[in-house]
Design a protein around this ligand. Structure first.
Ligand code: NDP
Ligand code: MG
Length: 385
């Protein structure tokens, strides 16, 4: 039995993780789960999976929740509650599925304990890739990707030699605006941006998919996970999302991993690795799919992808600035405060205005995140955009 600490159990990845756990009651046990503020769903999950600990980040809801669950589960709260469970509770696998920069600090606590980290929270590697990879080596923590593209690459690399990789090819669906002209980015609505053609996900990553920032964050994630430079990372638009990504080797042979899109598959693999557990929750029918198509991404239209490539090349705290400015911009877009087309404008303005620190330590990364959020929150759209 493997014990799981599931950070972000009420989110899209969290719920899918519990769907996987439910299928394998003899393999996995849920030790602790966490939510930001969704008490109702957290309570249902506590009642079904009987974790010993649960964290509700919103402190005002702690007492109410503790009373509802009684003595069978200890309720913690706040950011310190998230750190506490990760630091002290007993688990074999940390499934890191908080959204955004908030995932970094607890994920690091799991790494320091030398646990298996099943990483959905890509922002952890985007903002602190070098540091996180070094810590994993130092503490012998195993970092397994949950992101479908990275899971595909990870699987394609099994039994292969790193030095024989010619390039990796990350596939991207192109999101809801693949066929929308750039001029329309001034007027697209939140509802249209949230209407992803292939995946059902949390709102932040869904907007990132519409702007293609998600692919940009994934490029940086892949750079750190697989230790590859810009010249070895390509992106191709593949609207069907059947090929989850590919690796080309030095002999020109290409390996890919395929299935109809369903996050339960990469989640299950990160939990079961190095084994595969038998499951039939999805069926890939090639005759029904019919055809697979591919296009070059338009970096002039999807400026966020270009900005991410540039930030990766720049290194230091540039990806941290990119990420923080993006989080604020996405939040503002979701609240109807800015146009969709302002998202990349806000990010590039932050990158131009905030100092880049090379080889940052953790404290510098936290400070850079704070500073960028502050900058982006106060930023008013005037003549500079
Ligand atoms: P969701 O928004 O659906 O879920 C986020 C989870 O984190 C919820 O449990 C939420 O609690 C909690 N949460 C939100 N903000 C905070 C915070 N500040 N502190 C503590 N907890 C918080 O996100 P997703 O599941 O879609 O994504 C999670 C991560 O996985 C992201 O990094 C995303 O990029 C990555 N990912 C997601 C994929 C997907 O298919 N969804 C695919 C690949 C990667 P509450 O419910 O109470 O708000
Ligand atoms: Mg992905």
């Amino acid at each position: 039995m493997k014990k799981i600490l599931l950070l972000g159990s009420t989110g899209s990845i969290g719920v899918n993780t519990l769907n996987v756990v439910r299928e394998f009651p003899d393999e996995f046990e849920v030790e602790a789960i966490t939510a930001n503020s969704n008490v109702g769903l957290l309570l249902d999950q506590i009642n079904e999976f009987n974790p010993k600990f649960a964290v509700i980040r919103d402190k005002s809801k702690k007492a109410e929740l503790q009373e509802l669950v009684g003595a069978k589960c200890k309720i913690l709260s706040g950011d310190e509650g998230l750190i506490e469970v990760t630091k002290y509770c007993e688990y074999d696998i940390l499934l890191s599925a908080l959204v955004g920069f908030a995932g970094l600090a607890p994920t690091i606590e799991g790494i320091k304990r030398g646990k298996r980290i099943a990483l959905a929270n890509k922002e952890t590697l985007v903002v602190a890739g070098e540091l996180v990879i070094d810590l994993c080596k130092k503490h012998n923590a195993e970092l397994l990707p949950v992101d479908s593209e990275h899971s595909a690459i990870f699987q394609a690399l099994i039994g292969e030699s790193q030095k024989e990789i010619r390039r990796i090819i990350l596939t991207a669906s192109g999101g809801p605006f693949l066929n929308t002209s750039k001029d329309e980015f001034d007027s697209v609505t939140v509802e249209q941006a949230l209407d992803h053609p292939n995946w059902s996900m949390g709102s932040k990553i869904t907007i990132d998919s519409a702007s293609m920032m998600n692919k940009g964050l994934e490029v940086i994630e892949a750079h750190w996970l697989f230790n590859l430079g810009r010249d070895k990372i390509d992106v191709v638009i593949h609207p069907q999302s059947i090929i989850h990504s590919m690796v080309e080797f030095c002999d020109s042979s290409i390996k890919a991993q395929l299935s109809v899109p369903d996050m339960k598959l990469p989640i299950q693999y990160a939990l079961s690795y190095p084994n595969r557990f038998t499951s039939n929750f999805i069926q890939t029918d090639f005759v029904k799919i019919g055809s697979l198509t591919f296009f070059e991404p338009d970096l002039n239209k999807f400026k966020c992808l270009q900005l991410a490539f540039d930030a990766m090349q720049e290194g230091g705290t540039a990806p941290c600035i990119l990420n923080a400015a993006n989080e604020i911009a996405v939040d503002k877009f979701l609240k109807g405060e800015i146009k969709f087309s302002y998202i990349p404008k806000m990010i590039s303005h932050a990158i131009e205005s905030i100092n880049n620190h090379k080889s940052p330590d953790l404290e510098t990364i936290f400070e850079c995140d704070r500073q960028t959020r502050d900058f982006a929150t106060k930023f008013k759209f005037g003549e500079e955009v």
